[in-house]
Design a binder for this molecule. Structure first.
Ligand code: PRX
Length: 644
């Protein structure tokens, strides 16, 4: 198959200046990491990170638990800020920001140091300390990064909750973490409307006795209630803040953040990342994959509520000393030219976005990008879902003018950093393939028993060895950690993705093999949506599957059976969609709800989502939104299948 696919080799001009130039250079790095991992990572850690105390050994592997740079003391906030202040980066722009209404800020490393020190000293003064937990529920403003870096400075474990999550989802996360601190804002701007974050936070915090303090940033200026004793305006705390707040020397394995992501049950998993290994791999992949140069303006369009925002807006770029651009709002506000205007205005060199965004913008026509000067671009990136060849080709031709390599980056919340992607000056691209693994990463495509599949054969994607930025466990649930990642093939990391490797060694990711959907590059569990639906008083049962969608990759399709009674299904369809938005967040709202008297089940009562997937994928049963489907035939079929 691979020989049928065109390869786009690294352009000679690009390769000549690349951080890793030519296949031999990539291979040398890869081989060294594979043969001598301790030496490879040890040398990099020494060179690339600041240490208050050096580690004793590089890693300790007690499957499935790993520690990196054991015994060392460091601090990621220090590595992202303080370390840059004694050289030419002192007055370099660290964060370049544009708000949706068009306001802008350019924050130098020195200024970032001042902002982070002031905020950290406010938290410290209120008694927050290493090991405590903070929830960050903020719009895409520089203070969101300041809050993350201030927590990291003191060793407060932070958990950023995407502003699109509802108060219910926020509450579940506060409770699970028993967070003492919530950092939020009055609101943020999205498509010209205010997203009222403090209102949602207020709703969430009722019934969360662990929360002692809630810090509120004024962003939109709208009126929000403030609860005496608990709520504090950021600017009030800041008024008397000290600027002297040194970074705490923290153990290499000190918990840095917990990021909740969807698993195969109704309860999200709290992915735990720790300090030193995460910092190193996030910074190295900035150099390897994004070919970062001192003078680059780098823009990742993710939200900081997702892992991409953690590793590739905040921690990776700042640890690598980059200028990282942050944009608050929607790609289509006030029109479909917004992204291209930002690239032109700030002379962006590296642009990293999702296939969903590319497809959505592609549909609007070439006149939008063509109205802007995109000649500053030199590298394009893609993340979150497989990119289809048509979108790849458009990205390459219309945005990159055929000149910019595209890095298709495969990774997960769990992996912390990019694991499979081309080094753009070394590895040629094949549209739709993440290409080759990063140094130190040993992926394989295997069968059910863990045996390697041959070239071009589909199987499960696994990773053979632990890597520095790997998740360490699930917050408060080591058993689920073992079960979810290390039990399918005992002792081997199971990604949950299907893949194949072609004869050139290129990896092609084929999608999830579990009950996880990917909607606009956002991970969503079928069970999470089902649990939300069955909490509605009219719903007896629900089954959710992903259906293919032209723009968002997948869309949520829910099969619902109702409790006995008279129902206006048209009205209920609308109500249930809204209900899911309230329970989880607007991005989880089902595109389609199909009412049915029964759901196909096995004899033991398990819903057969496989059959439902067939229905939505192959349309073997016709049906409109809110139509009543007779699932009885399928139910009988399913039962027969189970018997046979
Ligand atoms: O299925 C893969 C898909 O997204 C999943 C991880 O989702 P999440 O933890 O939310 O992280 C997304 C951002 C890193 C993976 O298991 N995925 C991610 N990147 C790609 C991808 N599928 C194909 N190609 C990619 N480049």
């Amino acid at each position: 198959m691979s020989d049928l696919t065109a390869i786009y080799p690294p352009p000679a001009e690009f390769a000549a200046k690349a951080n890793v130039s030519g296949m031999a250079a990539y291979q040398a790095l890869y081989d060294k990491a594979k043969e001598h991992p301790e030496e490879f990572w040890g040398e990099l850690a020494e060179k690339e990170l600041h240490w208050f105390e050096k580690w004793n050994h590089v890693f300790e592997w007690n499957p499935p638990f790993v520690k990196w740079f054991v015994g060392g003391k460091t601090n990621l906030s220090y590595n992202c800020i303080d370390r840059h202040l004694n050289g030419p980066r002192k007055n370099k722009v660290a964060i370049l920001w544009e708000g949706e209404p068009g306001d802008q800020r350019a924050i130098t490393y020195q200024e970032l140091h001042r902002l982070v020190s002031r905020f950290a000293s406010c938290l410290k003064a209120r008694g927050h300390k290493a090991g405590d937990r903070a929830i960050i529920y903020m719009p895409m403003v520089p203070e969101a990064a300041v809050a993350m870096l201030a927590c990291a400075r003191l060793g407060i474990v932070h958990s950023v909750v995407f502003g699109g999550f509802s108060s219910e989802a926020l509450k579940a996360r506060i409770l699970d973490l028993e967070a003492q601190l919530v950092i939020t804002a009055d609101g943020g701007w999205r498509r010209g409307k205010e997203i009222r974050l403090k209102d949602a936070a207020d709703e969430a915090m009722t019934g969360c006795p662990s929360v002692k303090d809630c810090v509120v940033l004024r962003r939109t200026g709208s009126t929000v209630p403030m609860q005496e004793g608990r709520d504090h305006w950021w600017h009030d705390l800041d008024a008397t803040a000290s600027e002297d707040c040194p970074a705490e020397p923290l153990d290499s394995e000190h918990p840095l953040y917990v990021l909740y992501t969807s698993g195969t049950t109704g309860k999200p998993k709290g992915i735990l990342h720790t300090t030193a290994g995460y910092a190193l791999q996030a910074a190295m992949t900035m150099k390897w994959v994004f070919d970062l140069k001192e003078e680059d303006t780098y823009w990742c369009t993710a939200d900081i509520g997702w892992v991409t925002g953690h590793s590739y807006i905040v921690y990776g770029p700042l640890a690598a000393g980059a200028t990282t651009l942050m944009y608050e709002g929607a790609p289509d506000f006030p029109n479909f030219g917004r992204f291209w205007r930002i690239i032109e205005k700030y002379k962006v060199n590296i642009f990293y976005t999702s296939p969903t965004a590319i497809r959505a913008l592609l549909r609007q026509g070439d006149q939008w990008p063509n109205a802007h000067d995109l000649s500053s671009l030199r590298l394009l990136g893609s993340v979150g879902e497989p990119i289809n060849p048509a979108a790849w080709e458009w990205y390459h031709r219309v945005i990159g003018k055929g000149r910019c390599p595209i890095v298709d980056t495969w990774w997960q919340t769990e992996t912390g950093a990019i694991l499979i992607a081309p080094m753009p000056g070394a590895v040629g691209a094949k549209p739709g393939s993440g290409t080759l693994p990063m140094p130190g990463i040993l992926p394989e495509v295997v069968d059910f028993n863990g045996n390697p599949m041959g070239d071009d054969r589909e199987g499960f994607l696994i990773i053979r060895r632990p890597w520095p930025s790997m998740l360490r466990t699930l917050w408060g649930d080591p058993e689920r950690y073992k079960e979810a990642y290390w039990s399918r093939i005992p002792g081997i990391y199971f990604t949950g993705d299907a893949a194949r490797r072609d004869k050139d060694g290129y990896f092609w990711i084929l999608g999830r093999v579990d009950d996880v959907m990917n909607v606009s590059g956002h991970r969503l569990s079928t069970m999470e949506v089902e649990s939300a639906l069955v909490r509605h008083p009219a719903v007896a049962e629900a089954a959710v599957v992903g259906k293919p969608h032209e723009v968002t990759g997948q869309a949520v399709c829910a099969f619902v059976s109702l409790k006995k009674g008279d129902h206006d299904t048209a009205a209920l369809g609308k109500e249930l969609r809204q209900w899911v938005a309230h329970e989880i967040g607007a991005f989880a709202r089902p595109e389609e709800i199909r009412f049915s008297e029964a759901l196909p089940k096995t004899r033991s009562g398990k819903i057969m989502r496989r059959l439902l997937r067939d229905i939505v994928n192959n349309n073997t049963v016709s049906g409109d939104v809110t139509t009543l489907e007779d699932m009885n035939v399928l139910t009988r079929l399913a039962a027969q299948h189970d018997e046979g």
